[in-house]
Ligand binder design. Sequence first.
Ligand code: ATP
Ligand code: MG
Length: 160
Amino acid sequence: MILPPPHPADGRLALTEPELVAWGERLGRAITAPLCVTLAGDLGAGKTTLVQAICRGYGVRDDVTSPTFALVHEYRGGPTVVYHLDLYRLKHPSELVPLGWDDLLSERALVVVEWPERAGEMLPAVPLAITLAHVPGEPGRRLLLTGGHAGATAFGGDDT
Ligand SMILES: Nc1ncnc2c1ncn2[C@@H]1O[C@H](COP(=O)(O)OP(=O)(O)OP(=O)(O)O)[C@@H](O)[C@H]1O
Ligand SMILES: [Mg+2]
């Protein structure tokens, strides 16, 4: 019988801000659109910081700021247009319809989405789902998780 390792959840990727930014810039350089990237995580987890790095790597020269009130910002300068959405203030997924959500996703664009869970069933299967989480006791580091959102709570992401 093959036993699992004794502490399968002990490993982690906890990055400082410069490390996270460097990672995001590399990701941005490697990305080919069309692609949707989601960034989940609590307030202040570093989602916008990471979006800024991804956009810089992708070639965007505009200021990348959180589109909290506009819900979507559009940037140029990279190989395709970039749509940056922040769904924090979305009250219901249906509010995505007047935003042109379906069109955004079917364009040959890079679409980055903060607070993707707010989109509910309107969220397509996302190939690159990132979660950032606070590290209890380490204010300068953030956990970087990929491949779904299930790990964040298990790693203590909601404790701060
Ligand atoms: N390792 C780290 N990675 C990212 N940000 C960090 C890190 N350490 C500290 N920070 C700080 O945490 C804050 C992250 O803010 P940011 O706006 O990127 O978060 P957010 O997840 O987009 O929040 P919100 O949900 O409010 O939009 C920044 O002030 C940043 O300087
Ligand atoms: Mg943000």
